[in-house]
Ligand binder design. Structure first.
Ligand code: UN1
Length: 504
């Protein structure tokens, strides 16, 4: 059997990345599919960060004066390049991040969708007209480009998260510096090549409008601390956000944080269990449990607990686990050994806390000794213990039972994170209560749909330790612009607001 890396050279060539861009460097990239080496990517040093940000700022100074609909044309072309390369980029995501191909392709589709959204937005960066209290005056609100946007992204959505930020930032008149995860620089190199193709077709995009910063934590820190980076949009762990947030705030920069999730699904007695099983399955084991929106907790009414867990266990047993590029596979590998170890530790701890574990063991180690495939786990818990309250980035689904609906909502909210949540119920009162002000405290709350797989048209993000940021659709664009309030006097008088008199 040939190793996963055999596919790489032709993919990279078609995507427009020269082999020198991923050989001879110091950042070793391996495929989670079989542990084979994909490349050695040259990295930037801390000193280069200043140079990259300087170029990005120069670029911003020109780009901000390009009319927004024209800026949208560049993003339209980027979307076109992504459409043309959807298959190749989707495969590359599978190779480098281990996602099953349909999810790799889905990630590229998410990028295409957000480009389309941003193109429309480029003609809709609306401000307001506000009634002035003074005669002969007009007041308005205008949105202006912000500056350099730093994007820090994680391995699990190695390219879509960049596109949510970059597509919006570019139409908003900003320039972009992207530090991808150290685990997935190849997909980032491919996106950069596609961006450059789009920029070439566009014609007069300023140099350095969207750049890559490849390296370890130190270059990320230099980006975060650079005074010229107006907005830092960071996706990753809560631990990372705890450092990024205060560091950016210290210099009065802006940050947009997308951090951990500990997403729950509530199953009420009236739930359609056929729908629930399918919804839970995709959300709990899709991307091998490595989405920030993955369902990690199931809060089930005691009357349906047994029936539902039995059905889920049956479905879990039938899951095709294996090479994500093989058609029919639904569960690919974990990203690396550290991730596998963290999963095993969580399972041991959960057991110590009274949990009963189903699945969770390593499989396919003979075929793939250097890769980490696991059976997704279901853990029936006696209570919402410390381990349940912690986000373990692996396919572990904790099951908790409830008796009264209010207790289910309280359990759903009683974790530090607040990204996504869902309820399966055909009871209108329960569903609406869950969506109401005393219901789910998450940024995303769904009815009869799982917690993952959000569309790009909505604002994406969450509360509490999830960081509070909103990306992608709705009015998330406002984070990428600065607001100016303008008052214009077209009268011959100079009345002061609040009726103040100040005449000599
Ligand atoms: C992430 O896991 O970082 O809603 C993003 C979803 C995807 C995005 C996930 N659209 O699951």
């Amino acid at each position: 059997m040939s190793t996963a890396n055999a596919l790489l050279p032709s993919l990279m060539q078609r995507l427009g990345v020269a082999s020198s861009a991923y050989s001879g460097g110091t950042l070793v990239v391996c495929s989670p599919i079989d542990g084979s080496e994909l490349g050695r990517v040259p990295t930037h040093g801390q000193q280069e960060v200043a140079e990259i940000v300087r170029a990005a700022h120069e670029s911003f100074l020109t780009w901000r004066n390009t009319p927004a609909p024209r800026r949208g044309e560049l993003v339209r072309l980027l979307g076109e390049e992504l459409r043309l390369s959807k298959n190749d980029l989707g495969q590359l995501i599978s190779l480098e991040a281990g996602k099953v191909l349909s999810e790799g392709l889905g990630e590229v589709q998410e990028m295409i969708d957000v480009c389309d959204f941003a193109v429309g937005l480029s003609r809709q960066l609306y401000g307001l007209t506000i009634a002035s209290e003074r005669p002969g005056h007009r007041m308005m609100e205008t949105w202006h480009p912000l500056g350099v946007v730093g994007v820090i992204s994680a391995f699990n959505f190695p390219v879509a998260v960049w596109s949510w930020n970059a597509a919006l930032a570019l139409v908003c008149g900003d320039s972009v510096v992207w530090k991808p995860s150290e685990k997935t620089p190849l997909a980032a190199l491919a996106c950069q090549a596609l961006f450059e193709r789009a920029a070439k077709r566009f014609g007069d995009a300023p140099e350095g409008l969207s750049q890559l910063l490849i390296g370890a934590r130190d270059v990320g820190e230099a980006l975060v601390n650079h005074a010229r980076v107006a907005l830092v949009s960071a996706t990753g762990s809560t631990r990372m956000g705890r450092e990024v947030g205060p560091n950016v705030a210290r210099r009065f920069g802006r940050s947009l944080l997308e951090l951990g999730g500990n997403n729950a699904v509530i199953i009420t007695p009236s739930a359609d269990l056929d729908l629930a099983v399918r919804g839970i399955l995709f959300a709990a084991v899709g991307t091998a449990g490595q989405r920030c929106t993955t369902t990690r907790r199931l809060i089930v009414h005691h009357s349906v607990r047994q029936a539902l867990t039995e059905r889920l266990k049956k479905a879990y047993q039938a899951l095709p686990i294996g090479n994500p590029l093989t058609p029919g596979t639904l569960v690919g590998p974990l990203i690396d050994k550290a991730s596998f170890d963290a999963m095993q530790q969580a399972l041991v701890k959960a057991q110590e806390e009274g949990g009963v574990v189903f699945g969770g063991e390593r499989v396919l180690h003979e075929q793939f000794p250097k890769a980490y495939y696991v059976k997704p786990a279901i853990v029936e818990m006696p209570a919402q213990t410390e381990t349940v309250r912690h986000e373990t980035f692996a396919p572990i689904l904790y099951v908790l039972a409830y008796e009264h609906f209010e207790d289910a909502v309280a359990l759903q909210n009683d974790v530090p994170q607040g990204l996504s949540s869902a309820i399966f119920s055909n009871d209108l009162r329960e569903a609406e209560t869950f969506l109401g002000s005393a219901g789910s405290d998450c940024g995303i709350a769904n009815v009869n749909i799982g917690t993952s797989g959000a569309e790009i048209g909505g604002a994406f993000g969450g509360e509490k330790e999830t960081g509070g940021g909103r990306e992608s659709g709705s009015d998330a664009w406002r984070a990428y612009m600065r607001r100016a309030t303008n008052t214009i006097n077209y009268s011959k008088e100079l009345p002061l607001a609040q009726g103040v008199r100040f005449d000599v």
